[in-house]
Design a protein around this ligand. Structure first.
Ligand code: NAD
Length: 286
């Protein structure tokens, strides 16, 4: 079997097209959605991500701001900046570009983003709402994965899903989303005994570890739907996922490529979440 490709690049273009229409509708009511990205320090990869988020905003007609703080900014400096953005009526979505310098406590700083502007969905209130089954803002990568699965016609109800990785950004919220779609969900992580025994049970398998080639063909069953969230750079500079694409795609029914799978969906969902925040602010005002 050779798997059907779940094409995140073209689906992300579709999402962005929908976003453009939603932005136009908001502008007609006098609201231009705005996203603020707080960047601390000069991590080159973070700069690339932040610039691509700004470009994506401009493309759909949104306002965006990059709030750049120097690498030696204190927690207080970052929190003060976040509080200002929380109060700024031109800004509907506020995110903090991760990773923050190690000396800053990211998990505490993220709690300072107002829950109605928390378009990354990292605030504990939004994480809690999701795990309670009443999602408000959901982290963008898991949301993108769900959209890819739905668009690809992958049935989730009653199926066995295995999520490899338990981060708050990807693995845990994704497991919650799959539960909400009535999948039977297993979460695996670095201390899981016999990972292959778990992954072989999966009808839907998501890999989100940052370990290139972790998932090999003998670890999956025939017909599995595979989503590869991993983004890893090889010593030759090539981007690869956590799944051995060439061999696993021979057994899977559907699979996401890297690049061109989950990655483009993440930015598209950030834009969509920010527009949702602007729409909610408008309905709250009436
Ligand atoms: P993380 O480092 O926070 O978490 C990695 C997870 O993998 C941990 O829960 C850990 O327990 C688990 N893990 C580590 N070794 C393992 C092993 N041998 N077996 C099973 N599980 C193991 O990373 P993250 O932020 O969740 O990101 C994971 C990957 O996804 C990275 O490659 C990251 O670059 C990528 N990512 C991609 C996007 C995107 O837009 N495509 C977004 C976020 C993250």
């Amino acid at each position: 079997m050779s798997a059907r490709i779940l094409d995140g690049k073209s689906l992300a273009l579709e999402v962005r097209k929908e976003c453009r229409m939603r932005v136009n509708a908001l502008k007609a009511q006098g609201v231009t959605p705005g996203l603020a990205v707080v960047l601390v320090g000069a991590n080159p990869a973070s700069r690339v991500y932040v610039n691509s988020k700004s470009r994506a905003c401009a493309e759909v007609g949104m306002h965006s701001e990059i709030c750049h703080l120097s690498g030696d900014a204190s927690e207080k400096n970052v929190i003060e900046r976040l509080r200002g953005l929380n109060e700024d009526s031109r800004i509907h979505g506020v995110i903090v570009q991760l990773p923050l310098p190690a000396r800053l406590r990211a998990h505490l700083i993220l709690q300072q983003v107002a829950i109605d502007k928390d378009v990354d969905g990292f605030n504990w209130c939004n994480q809690g709402a999701l795990s309670d089954g009443y999602p408000r803002f959901v982290p963008c990568t898991p949301l993108g994965v769900l959209r890819l699965l739905e668009h690809g016609g992958v049935k989730m109800d009653g199926r066995r899903a295995v999520v490899v990785g338990r981060s708050s950004i990807v693995g845990k919220p994704l497991a919650n989303l799959l539960l909400l779609r009535n999948a039977t969900v297993t979460i695996c992580h670095s201390r899981t005994h016999d990972l292959a025994r778990e992954t072989r049970e999966a009808e839907i398998l998501v890999a989100a570890t940052g370990l290139p080639g972790l998932i090999k063909a003998d670890m999956v069953r025939s017909g599995v739907a595979v989503v590869d969230v991993g983004i890893n750079r090889t010593p030759e500079g090539k981007l690869v996922g956590d799944v051995e694409f060439a061999t696993v795609s021979e057994k899977a029914s559907v699979i996401t490529p890297v690049p061109g799978g989950v990655g483009p969906m993440t930015v598209a969902m950030l834009i969509a979440n920010t527009i949702t925040a602007a729409e909610r602010s408008l309905s709250a005002a009436h």
